[in-house]
Design a protein around this ligand. Structure first.
Ligand code: TA6
Length: 299
């Protein structure tokens, strides 16, 4: 659909506008008295969420790619139907195939409390079935208000049960990584991907002073990013996940990533609401599964 058609069908005066974004991609600008947001229809990805009077909670790389077939570095990428490397080792893209392609806009709504809900979707096509042979309907509900609420709903429209791993691979903006802590993971065991996937146990808060790439198991539903430099905390509430990932590439890997500035590792942390590792979700024919992450700034 053209921008004019999208605005005619889904625009909401003064609140939801379809615009041309980076690389000519279609983006959705949401404005409410509580917060502003920018959503890319490519990848179905929230790129910005800025509560009134606050800095953005999301990091977006100034060197991000905006093109078909590529992931956008930053915001809240969707990993689906697998999290991490191709589980079958067939060379398919890491973190699945929905963060590399355009999504459909399926609805916009101004809710009675002033929040805005944007709904995006994807269904299987010949192209997706060549990558992953399942029939599905994937929906993302994005609610912008005092918090940013993301729900990823997987429906199995085929005839056999399928298994998925998935996640919100969210890049949170921080003032200074060395003054940032993640709270709520103490005593959880984790897979340390920087140490041959060794199983370890978290003691106390998570501090970042080197590359960190961990899948935490049996996590609770509340995590906090404590950001001393920006003098704020971001609360992450989740539903549907047993695992959470904490990732920061640190200096060397950041330098090797063409879509990051060398010093960007100091400016973000990924704290990801996931079904990863053995947290595999089976979805039976006709059934659906809902993964939810809710982000809110706390002073
Ligand atoms: O979620 C953590 C992780 O899987 C890391 O292992 C690292 O490879 C990173 O994601 C890559 O993220 P990107 O957005 O660059 O694909």
């Amino acid at each position: 659909m053209t921008l004019a058609q999208l605005n005619a069908e889904y625009g909401i005066a003064g609140k939801v506008e379809f615009i041309e974004g980076g690389g000519g991609l279609t983006m959705i600008r949401v404005s409410t008295p509580k917060a502003g947001a920018l959503i890319s229809t490519h990848a179905g990805q929230v790129l910005s969420y800025q509560p009134a009077g606050e800095e953005d909670i999301l990091f977006l790389s100034s060197k991000a790619y905006y093109q078909d077939g590529k992931a956008i570095k930053g915001g809240a990428p969707i990993c689906w139907p697998w999290f991490g490397p191709d589980p079958e080792g067939k060379g398919r893209p890491g973190h699945g195939f929905v963060r590399n392609r355009p999504w459909n806009v399926t609805g916009t709504e101004a809710l009675s409390n002033g929040d805005i809900r944007v709904t995006l979707g994807l269904t299987d096509t010949t192209e997706t079935r060549a990558i992953w042979p399942q029939a599905f309907n994937l929906t993302q509900e994005i609610v912008i208000g005092d918090s940013l609420n993301l729900a990823l709903i997987t429906r199995n429209t085929g005839a056999e049960t399928f298994g998925i791993t998935q996640g919100f691979h969210t890049y949170f903006k921080v003032g200074d990584i060395s003054q940032t802590r993640v709270l709520g993971l103490q005593d959880c065991s984790y897979i340390d991907k920087t140490d041959n996937s060794a199983e370890k146990k978290q003691t106390g808060e998570v501090a970042i002073a080197a590359e960190v790439d961990r899948i935490y198991r049996n996590v609770g539903n509340t995590l906090i990013i404590d950001d001393k430099a920006l003098d704020r905390c971001i609360q992450i509430l989740s539903q549907g996940n047993k695992t959470a990932v904490v990732w920061n590439p640190w200096e060397k890997i950041a330098r090797e990533m063409a879509d990051l500035e060398d010093a960007d590792y100091q400016r973000f942390i990924c704290v990801e609401t996931t079904n990863a590792a053995d947290d595999v979700i089976g979805v039976a024919p006709g059934r659906e599964f809902r993964l939810v992450a809710d982000y809110r700034v706390m002073k």
